[in-house]
Design a binder for this molecule. Structure first.
Ligand code: NAD
Ligand code: UDP
Ligand code: UDP
Length: 340
């Protein structure tokens, strides 16, 4: 039975970093949550605390296969997000983005359910416009090592818009910019988790390239609030909408900040820059401010302090969380065709 005051909500990729926080948030709002995940990069540990919850259900399933469930809303987050991991099996990454999104859209169509697609700032590629607005079409190399992810996500966006035009589906597209926080896997390979784990364990922080490339980092709680707010918008609002923190940092500045906040004596190790690594990235969030009355509230130092506390605990607790996926790939970027 559906809870009287809540909806039944499917979160694909719900055992991942963002998905598990979204499951927490939706349960706190009184909804019933069905988490679907194949544990490719996600971990049972992220949702262990929810397994006994009366309104939470877990289904191990790969979204590239059809799915028959009954829900009111679908948040489609299933997809590896770290360059190291989406490049380990690029064909699977494209299948997850394209076939997975197609299946979840077909499910939404049959159920007349609202559908939110977790897209990415990567659709802007190595952007020639700075900061990036939603009107920018991007600068993506369709043949490079990031294309499985970038083009997969671009195709998923176009599928969403076609289901909207062709079948009248209520879709929402969110372009998520770099988001970090507790429950990133220690071997995830993304920059914040790498730097924090390295600083806490006294290893040198691995900067790819000269560290002048920039990113803008959003704390997970801010992001999840934005996702839920976009889902509440009327059917006229499909997006895409950028969500992210517009404060921009170089990777060198990030490394120095992490070392300081961890009170670490780690040094810095410069490594080759992976192919097609975007030089600059910063969201223009005017649309999110206007449509959703949303803006990030947690600054980098506060978010990093919370993240560092989480990883400190994880490292103290011993073994990293078990995964079935490719998380044991090397911490440096896979297939790094060095540019320098
Ligand atoms: P994550 O790797 O922690 O989570 C992805 C989850 O999807 C994992 O639990 C994984 O096991 C699951 N998954 C992967 N392929 C699947 C499949 N075929 N079937 C079922 N489950 C599958 O990454 P995340 O950071 O939590 O990212 C979640 C979503 O947000 C992704 O779609 C990602 O592209 C998007 N996103 C994230 C960021 C970010 O900075 N965190 C930025 C842009 C976009
Ligand atoms: N689909 C699904 N669950 C459903 C309905 C559809 O997984 O409850 C999948 C279905 O297998 C198909 C995809 O969604 O591959 C697209 O479905 P749609 O009905 O839109 O198109 P069609 O089946 O005509 O290709
Ligand atoms: N990066 C780095 N050291 C690392 C991991 C990443 O310097 O250990 C760089 C990476 O080359 C990129 C930026 O940090 O320029 C962000 O990388 P991440 O993989 O977190 O996300 P991206 O925005 O590239 O998808």
């Amino acid at each position: 039975m559906k809870p009287a005051d809540g909806k039944r909500i499917l979160v694909t990729g719900g055992a991942g970093f963002l998905g598990s926080h979204l499951c927490d948030y939706l349960l706190r709002q009184g909804h019933e949550v069905l988490c679907v995940d194949n544990f490719h990069t996600g971990s049972r540990r992220n949702i262990l605390h929810l397994l006994g919850h009366p309104r939470f259900e877990l289904l191990r399933h790969d979204v590239t296969a059809p799915l028959a469930v009954e829900v009111d809303e679908i948040y489609n987050l299933a997809c590896p997000a770290s360059p190291v991991h989406y490049q380990t099996d690029p064909i699977q990454t494209t299948k997850t983005s394209v076939l997975g999104t197609l299946n979840m859209l077909g499910l939404a169509r049959r159920l007349k359910a609202r559908f939110l697609q977790a897209s990415t700032s990567e659709v802007y590629g190595d952007p020639l416009q700075h900061p990036q607005t939603e009107a920018y079409w991007g600068n993506v190399n369709p043949l490079g090592i990031r294309a499985c992810y970038d083009e997969g996500k671009r195709c998923a966006e176009s599928l969403c818009m076609d289901y909207r035009r062709q079948h009248g589906l209520d879709v929402k597209i969110v372009r998520i910019f770099n988001t970090y926080g507790p429950r990133m896997h220690p071997e995830d390979g993304r920059v914040v988790s790498n730097f924090v784990v390295q600083a806490l364990s006294g290893q040198p922080l691995t900067i790819y390239g000269d560290g002048s490339q920039t990113r803008s980092f959003c704390y997970v709680d801010d992001l999840v609030r934005g996702l839920a707010r976009l889902m509440q918008t009327p059917p006229e609002t499909a997006g895409p909408v950028n969500l992210g923190n517009p404060v921009e940092y170089s990777m060198r500045a990030l490394a120095e900040t992490v070392i300081r906040l961890c009170d670490s004596r780690s040094g810095i190790l410069f490594m080759p820059l992976p192919g097609d690594d975007p030089a600059r990235r910063r969201p223009d969030i005017s649309l999110a401010r206007k449509l959703l009355h949303w803006a990030p509230e947690i600054g980098l130092e506060e978010g990093l302090a919370r993240t560092i506390a989480y990883f400190r605990q994880q490292l103290d607790d011993a073994e990293p969380p078990p995964v079935d996926g490719p998380l044991h790939a090397p911490a440096a970027a896979v297939g790094a065709d060095a540019r320098q």
